[in-house]
Design a binder for this molecule. Structure first.
Ligand code: BDR
Ligand code: CA
Length: 313
């Protein structure tokens, strides 16, 4: 079986948790490590949450690393208003027993990319891009060795979710995002324009709850918590599962549609800080640097999630 070798860079987060669970439930994914970053909540919580999720999936041997505790230049902004105080509010998950790796996450990213054959390791990015930015600054040679960066972030026709112009992951560390978009590696960007189609409706949540394993009901409790905010904010039928779209795109890109276009990151104006300026209509002659995803087969996406999560303990 062909296996995708990946590193997940993340700030869990309930939707990050589902992305990690989807990866751990996939026999066609080799998860080389999880690198935690400050984002939805501060780093001491995101790294613990990452380990809680691995233990929930019965995979305590997974390597989890802690990375940047703050963005490259700006102060940290967190999102407890969406994810709760712990970042993973909803189910009560035990404190993890598995160890946190000693290595600094950006160093693990560098070491992995330099030691694996070029073009074989994919970076799945679910949070602010600080760890990747730091790795690129410390060892620029990694850029040409990355198979692909698949990142959840940004918004074009949907606008922003943390400011009118910016989506949370990019807004938290726009300088790191700019480094990533200028690094030359193949990039898939999964913005709000796509993830707002991945709505966790009541019916879909109940399918997780009905699973006869430990993971399904825990996921349902995470989503019960997560969706209350989005229903109120967008008037939608549930919360959008942003981050699992990254792993789903890796596994089944045919469930999505998009376009190769140029993306630049606004880092100067306070008003539009962190905006992803997507040249969707190709009105500039700037070179395409990302595949920007817009369309999603939402039923196919939820089918994949439920089928795979059923295989977990
Ligand atoms: C992104 O921000 C976080 O709150 C979510 O985990 C997701 O990665 C959505 O804007
Ligand atoms: Ca996230």
């Amino acid at each position: 079986m062909h296996k995708h070798s990946i590193i997940i860079d993340t700030d869990p987060g309930q939707d990050d948790a589902l992305a990690i669970l989807l990866a751990l439930a996939s026999a066609d994914i080799e998860l080389l490590g999880i690198t935690a970053v400050a984002g939805n909540v501060p780093l001491p919580l995101t790294e613990v949450n990452a380990r809680k999720i691995c233990e929930l999936a019965g995979r305590p041997e997974t390597k989890v690393f802690a990375g940047a505790s703050r963005p490259m230049l700006r102060s940290l902004i967190t999102a407890e208003h969406v994810h709760g105080k712990t970042g993973l509010d909803g189910p009560i998950l035990p404190e993890p027993k598995m160890p946190l790796q000693k290595q600094f996450a950006p160093d693990f990213i560098i070491e992995t990319l330099m030691s694996h054959p070029a073009g074989t390791v994919t970076l799945c990015c679910l949070g602010p891009l600080t760890n990747i930015g730091l790795a690129l600054v410390k060892e620029p040679r990694i850029a040409s060795r990355i198979k692909r960066i698949i990142a959840m972030g940004g918004g074009w026709s949907e606008g922003g979710n943390i400011t009118p112009a910016a989506e949370f992951n990019i807004y938290v560390d726009p300088q790191a995002a700019r480094l990533v978009f200028q690094c030359g590696a193949p990039i898939t960007l999964i913005p709000l324009d796509c993830t707002h189609k991945a709505i966790a409706t009541r019916q879909r949540i109940e399918k997780f709850r009905a699973m006869k394993n430990k993971t399904g009901p825990a996921v349902a409790e995470m989503l019960d918590f997560f969706e209350r905010f989005d229903i109120e904010k967008y008037g939608s039928e549930g919360g959008p599962l942003h981050d699992p779209c990254v792993v789903a795109w890796l596994l089944h890109p045919e469930m999505f549609s998009g376009k190769d276009v140029n993306v630049e990151i606004e880092c100067e104006s306070e008003l539009t800080m962190g905006q992803t300026v997507v040249d969707w209509w190709r009105v500039t002659n700037r070179k395409p640097n990302a595949h920007v995803v817009r369309g999603l087969d939402a039923d196919g996406f939820y089918k994949l999630l439920t089928q795979r999560l059923l295989t977990l303990p």
